[in-house]
Design a protein around this ligand. Structure first.
Ligand SMILES: Cc1ncc(COP(=O)(O)O)c(C=O)c1O
Length: 525
């Protein structure tokens, strides 16, 4: 079922408390608040009105003033465990005030509009409700009927649904953003340090340095390791361009090593043959949300005294042998691009290390190489994270552990649904090592008929993506014929990623899997 939103008018709540009119229906309505798809809202402005109106109503009922003073805050507190408060920003209030005949109605309509086009109604006892003609107003009875209506199966499924998450934490997001607007420290504000402490704690390392994005995180990590012209960095060609691009940007050479065909991550057995006197680091990528084999990689690196940088842009939240991604090697690097498992509302990234010296150097490099104001012992860049993004990520972190768990469950469910199709299917589902947990930044299949499948799924309203159609050794900017990269080259023609996010429903997954199976003329029965 798609999410539904109910914005409650004060009169409905007061009637509920006085046990008048539609109180029994409102009880049934609010009983559905535990359903993750049903959301009840109150506008910020309505809260004070509710407090005032309820006090007046109880007094009119003859309740002694002391009882009123006690009961109303208690009732409001109980209500707040069921409804969320949504504020409207100043400019919104000003325009609704100018346009509205009924300010409260306009406030509620503005709240409904701010839910980004999701199905919403205002629940009110007011028969002549004026919403400026934009938003449906329903009595509690009509609202309950609407809630109980069976929703039609989804016609268009988003590849990633950022709205569902936003709904859950909207009040916290607004509060955190508002705090930044109030203190005004948009660059390196207090939220940066708060976030760094929370992230270091989550990963289980001594230091986290937030940065402007995952690409700059890789650049800063390599700058801190003094990687430059003529050096070589061993990495995988089966990744997003940023991994190889940042090596090349520093004048170093990306040395591509082929991947393990089951995990899509760099094959540790092939690393040693690529090490030369010029090798300065190994940079594995934990692709699609699953960590590379760090024990094997770290062992080789230790033998040659090389640092290891994990490009964990897709794996933040994943574990390897019980340890968090980004805490598995000399430096861990990640991205908070909006669609990543932990995504900001813009660009963001972070670096992780247990090495005090590297932490200091990396934090200086992200601030133009300065160790104190206007003193620059080294060359750096402008690589800071915006305070607003840190404030947003702090709000999102409150949901992250449950989202990581949901991702693992949804990934496993896809695999089960696809593999239970009783057929010698031409589709290969993701292989997750027993010692790994994946955050399924992408849920990626292999099929020989990728283009045909993609075309059919697009026609069925199911978006897909290819991560990545061209391995880096074949990209014009990085082209090299130096290595045999047969596995990467072959898999880049077969991989296809399905819609994946922590709020993907079982019904949507079934719909997607049926579409895949019927696209390749197979039945799931
Ligand atoms: C493997 C990998 N590395 C690096 C990056 C770069 O991150 P950002 O987009 O935050 O710069 C990405 C982002 O897609 C990625 O997937």
């Amino acid at each position: 079922m798609t999410a539904k939103h109910f914005i409650l008018d004060v009169n409905v709540i007061v009637d509920l408390w006085l046990k008048e009119r539609s109180a029994p229906t409102t009880i049934k309505l609010l009983a559905r608040s535990t359903d993750p798809d049903i959301h009840f809202w109150l506008t910020a402005a309505a809260l004070s009105t509710l407090d005032y109106v309820a006090r007046c109503a109880f007094k009119r009922r003859g309740l002694p003033p002391e009882a009123v003073t006690q009961i109303v805050p208690e009732l409001i507190e109980a209500l707040l465990s069921v409804v969320k408060i949504l504020s409207n920003y100043g400019f919104e209030q000003q325009t609704v005030y100018q346009r509205a005949h009924d300010f409260e109605a306009a406030q509620m309509a503005a709240t409904a509009r701010s839910l980004a086009g999701q199905p919403a109604c205002i629940v009110t006892e007011n028969q002549t409700f004026d919403t400026l003609g934009e938003i449906l107003a329903k009595t509690p009875e009509q609202a309950l009927n609407w809630l109980q209506e069976k929703s039609t199966p989804p016609t268009a499924i988003p590849f990633i649904d950022l709205a569902a998450q936003q709904t859950l934490i909207r009040p916290l997001l607004e509060r955190n953003i508002e705090t930044v607007l109030r203190h005004g420290q948009y660059i390196m504000g207090p939220e940066i340090k708060q976030l760094e402490e929370r992230l270091a704690d989550y990963v289980g390392v001594k230091h986290c340095i937030t940065v402007s994005d995952g690409t700059k995180a890789l650049l800063i990590a390599m700058m801190a390791l003094d990687i430059g012209i003529g050096d070589e960095v061993i990495t995988t060609p089966f990744t997003f361009i940023a991994t190889g691009e940042m090596i090349a940007l520093l004048g170093a050479k990306p040395v591509f090593v082929d991947i393990d065909p089951r995990t899509y991550n760099i094959d540790p057995n092939k690393i040693e043959a690529a090490i030369t006197a010029k090798t300065k680091a190994i940079m594995p990528v934990s692709l699609y949300g699953q960590c590379a084999d760090f024990d094997a990689i770290n062992k080789i690196a230790a033998n040659y005294n090389l640092p290891v940088i994990e490009d964990g842009a897709q794996s933040f939240g994943a574990t390897y042998k019980g340890k968090q991604s980004c805490g598995l090697s000399t430096i861990g690097s990640t991205s908070f691009f909006p669609s990543k498992p932990l995504g900001a509302y813009g660009d963001g990234g972070a670096l992780f290390t247990n090495d005090d010296h590297l932490a200091k150097v990396m934090s200086e490099i992200r601030l133009h190489g300065q160790d104190r104001r206007y003193h620059h012992p080294r060359i750096g860049i402008n690589g800071r994270m915006d305070t607003l993004q840190a404030a947003i990520l702090l709000a999102k972190l409150s949901l992250f552990p449950q989202e990581v768990a949901a991702r693992a469950e949804i990934g496993a469910n896809y695999t089960r649904l696809i593999n239970q199709a009783n057929t010698n299917i031409t589709i290969v589902t993701p292989y997750i090592e027993a010692h790994n947990t994946s955050v399924y930044a992408q849920y990626t299949l292999q099929t020989k008929n990728r283009n045909a499948l993609q075309e059919k799924l697009t026609k069925a309203g199911i978006p897909t993506a290819v991560h990545y159609p061209v391995p880096l050794n074949k990209q014009p900017a990085l082209k090299t014929n130096e290595f045999a990269l047969a596995i990467s080259e072959s898999l880049s023609e077969k991989v296809i990623s399905l819609p994946m996010h922590p709020y993907l429903k079982n019904t949507e997954q079934i719909h997607i899997v049926h579409a895949i199976l019927s696209s390749i003329n197979l039945s799931s029965e």
